[in-house]
Design a protein around this ligand. Structure first.
Ligand SMILES: [Zn+2]
Ligand SMILES: [Zn+2]
Length: 362
């Protein structure tokens, strides 16, 4: 039986590019809440942006792709047991408001609140030894089967965001979709689209990523900077054009190119353009006359979580090859630096808590 300490190690954001390993109190939990000992937390680009540009007020403890073990239950928390290995979800919609009735869950005011914290203004808390799961996030807690690892559990959140994006595409089996950018997210798109019976043209600048894209089912893996890329796509689609394009890299030119490469009434899905205030010219007649849709997808759809858990835990979508680097909690800053400036051989990077790995598989 684990005795819960009074204090813990956490990586605290103290300002732009200022992360410090500090000793902070272990969060207290309320009657309907859970305390989870963190095993693994994935490094996510949205957190990197906040940390590097200092866009939110410090102090905060980031990290929201979290899995771990329940070590304490509030007196009224039902459906869980101490010792359960779980994956967490830091945003859960109310299912009742105007946004939720339109299934725009990421626009729900409750969803925008972060319900998992290791202290300070709630920000996920995964870069700490323990997190408190608030009551409204309990419906997002998923048990990890014994055959699966904490790393697989921590990947549910990013996989969910990708499945939500895939569901926005009006495509038919056999259609041809471009996925621009083969980082962890782009590779997940490549695999999930392939599982839907679509043909995927993957592009990137890094050779190891193109190789992995083929392994993840891409029928073609091409250099994004090849001068003859439009001609190659013309050939592959027999002159018809792409049915859809997913832009998983924050490059404006990739959006403009994709708008010319999709067929009439095709779709271009933005997934990486998260920086506010960015303006880029678009030929609006491609939307009006050619009926091409320019759409976006952000964050997760909580209602997809059972399907996401099935995909990942059955290993129909095997996420394990995506995780290339693990860092101990004390080196979270180095983990974030590597994720922000990836090397040819680095993909998904995760932070592992010091206690994990002794008695449990990460
Ligand atoms: Zn994330
Ligand atoms: Zn709502």
């Amino acid at each position: 039986m684990l005795t819960i300490p009074k204090t813990m190690q956490a990586v605290v954001y103290r300002g732009a590019n200022d992360l410090r390993v500090e000793t902070v109190p272990v969060p207290r939990i309320g009657a309907n809440e859970l305390l989870v000992r963190v095993a693994v937390c994935g490094v996510c680009p949205t957190d990197i942006k906040k940390i590097q540009h200092g866009t939110v007020a410090p102090p905060r403890i980031f990290g929201h792709e979290t899995s771990g073990t329940i070590v304490k239950l509030g007196v009224r928390a039902r459906g869980f047991r101490v010792g359960d290995r779980v994956a967490l979800h830091h945003h859960v919609p109310c299912m009742d408001c105007h946004a939720c009735r339109h299934r725009a869950f990421a626009q729900c005011p409750q969803y925008k609140r972060t319900g998992i914290t290791a202290g300070f203004e709630p920000a996920g808390g995964g870069y700490a030894e323990f997190v408190r799961v608030m009551s409204f996030c309990l419906p997002g807690v998923v048990k990890i089967p014994s055959k699966n690892s904490f790393i697989e559990g921590a990947m549910l959140e990013p996989v969910n965001t990708v499945l939500k994006g895939v569901n926005r595409l009006a495509v038919l089996p056999g259609d041809i979709v471009l996925v621009a950018g083969q980082g962890p997210i782009g590779l997940l798109f490549t695999k999930l689209l392939t599982l839907r019976g679509l043909r995927v043209i993957a592009t990137d600048l890094l050779e190891p990523r193109l190789k992995l894209a083929r392994h993840f089912g891409a029928s073609h893996a091409l250099r994004a900077d090849a001068p003859d890329l439009p001609a190659q796509i013309h050939r592959i689609t027999r002159g018809r054009g792409l049915d859809a394009a997913v832009i998983a890299v924050p490059v404006d030119a990739a959006v403009q190119q994709a708008l010319t490469l999709v067929r009439g009434a095709g779709q271009v899905l933005l997934f990486a353009h998260t920086k506010r205030g960015a303006v880029a010219p678009v030929d609006l007649s491609s939307v009006c006359v050619d009926e091409k849709d320019l759409l976006g997808s952000y964050s997760a759809d909580w209602t997809l979580q059972p399907a996401v858990a099935r995909l990942v835990f059955s290993r129909r979508l095997d996420v394990r090859p995506l995780v290339t680097h693990t860092f101990p909690l004390a080196q979270a800053a180095a983990a974030i630096a590597l994720a922000a400036s990836p090397r040819p051989d680095s993909l998904k990077i995760v932070v592992v808590a010091p206690v994990a790995g002794l008695d449990e598989r990460t």
